[in-house]
Ligand binder design. Structure first.
Ligand SMILES: [Zn+2]
Length: 231
């Protein structure tokens, strides 16, 4: 399987290296009922500096026809637009995803999200971060940078001709080209990686407690809120 983010070989949809650099910048869970008799669906969205993921109604057309609620995970730089629309009679955000590799276009719907402006701003901000971060990751792996559009920081370093993927990826050593501000963000990134894995572990523990009835749904949500606010 190819890593969603760097395109390198990966056991899951995102490789270990990219996961370590991921940091959540926006996260929401809410529930949405379609129509009057539809069942309430638990929805969630998370925007990180590398992808948008969660459990959302999705569709292959911008008219929200034949949507289904499913787990989604998309590389952030494939997000083409974030607009307001209507979904099942409710105000909603529609996120358009276009994948240049597979040529598919998908539409994610976030109906009744109570912080639409926050989500829109988070995606915009995170895309900028994703661009810089992806270029760096791909360079480390000797892969081509993400699309020709972005070659901001890289030009200063004598990067190897980034055309052919290197079969044996070098160990995780973050190069520090002599560009301004580089070392600062590098330090921050390694710190984030630890925070994130700790965060994931704690979230998983909470879920186990909830699934086994040790925590009620309310307690679970309360604990998770605390956790999110720390990170
Ligand atoms: Zn990767």
């Amino acid at each position: 399987m190819k890593c969603l983010i760097c395109g390198g070989e990966s056991a899951g949809e995102v490789c270990n290296q990219c996961i370590r650099l991921e940091k959540i910048v926006f996260q929401k869970e809410w529930s949405f009922k379609t129509g009057l008799i539809g069942k309430a669906e638990d929805l969630r969205v998370a925007v990180s500096n590398l992808r948008i993921s969660g459990r959302l109604p999705m569709s292959d057309n911008p008219k929200a026809l034949n949507t289904r609620v499913d787990n989604v995970s998309h590389y952030l730089l494939n997000v083409k637009s974030v607009e307001e629309t209507t979904y099942s009679g409710k105000k909603a955000i529609m996120v358009t995803i276009a994948n240049p590799a597979t040529k598919f276009t998908r539409y994610l719907y976030l109906p009744n999200l109570d912080d639409m402006a926050g989500l829109t701003a988070a995606i915009k901000d995170a895309k900028t971060k994703a661009e810089t971060l992806t270029d760096r990751i791909r360079q480390q792996k000797g892969l081509a940078p993400a699309g020709g559009s972005s070659a901001p920081v890289a030009s200063a370093s004598p990067a190897p001709a980034a055309s052919a993927p290197v079969s044996a990826p070098r160990p995780v050593s973050i190069p520090t080209p002599a560009a301004k501000g580089e070392d600062v963000s590098t330090v921050a990134l390694s710190g984030m990686a630890e925070d994130l894995s700790e965060f994931e572990t704690k979230i998983k523990k909470l879920k186990v407690l909830r699934d086994n009835g040790i925590l009620s749904e309310e307690e679970y949500i309360e604990e998770k809120k605390k956790l999110v606010s720390i990170f």
